[in-house]
Write a protein that binds this ligand. Sequence first.
Ligand SMILES: [Zn+2]
Ligand SMILES: [Zn+2]
Length: 285
Amino acid sequence: MEKEINYGSDYKYIPTTSVGSGVGMDVLPDLFCHTVQIVNICLVGNPESKEFVLVDAGMPKSADEIISVTEERYGENARPKAIILTHGHFDHVGAVIELVKHWEVPVYAHELELPFLTGQKNYPEPDPTVEGGMVAKMSPMFPNEPINLGNKVEMLPSDGSVPHMPDFRWIHTPGHTPGHVSFFRENDRTLIAGDAFVTVKQDSLYKVLTQEQEINGPPRYLTTDWKAAKQSVIKLEELNPNIAVTGHGLPMSGELLSKSLETLVQDFDSIAIPDYGKYINKKLH
Ligand SMILES: [Zn+2]
Ligand SMILES: [Zn+2]
């Protein structure tokens, strides 16, 4: 029987943007990155092969934009094999209900993220008091109620493989959310990092607007476990990625990426962890 799937009742259009909004980029021949307002979605798969997936599902009310970007790249009525989620925050699942209905494809996420995707558990409230400027101040308007994908969402395979992304494996990178994952391809060291770290200072409205490149930890107002977040960045740095697409900000590669990641690991406490905020009562040392 077809079950009803739906967003949380607090889902709504969020009026925020960046200079990258609506802009797409060929990062690699089989990796296309497109910015929806302030968040990135990825289309993974060669345009000729017609075998592709969508990684993350944009902001609320962006389904039409995502469908048209997809058809532009893969042809009229093209549909991905699946939608793969780094995590379930509103800005990464914003269009997923419409997309699942339109494409009739499965969604995959980490087991620990499923409660937030099946209507069982709210994310913690965003913390508007956290050190981090305007975006944090805006964060109370961000939806945190779980969406309900019912039986349309499945657990990522426990062997680390990623459905329809043959050379990638998923890596558990919790901290920003409990079931946050990143995707890594060993042969060309390509990393899709979600919000494990980002390449824009997400807490500065000015930097979000201009997309000025600057590595940072996960977006502060929504991160609740800083100890795990730090371990996740260490794990990703050890992979020595050559190119990284993050949930927010421009793709980063080569020496800039390795140097930036090294700095982020070394100075994580001062760069990433806010000086104050309600989720930083945990001692890190
Ligand atoms: Zn997030
Ligand atoms: Zn995000």
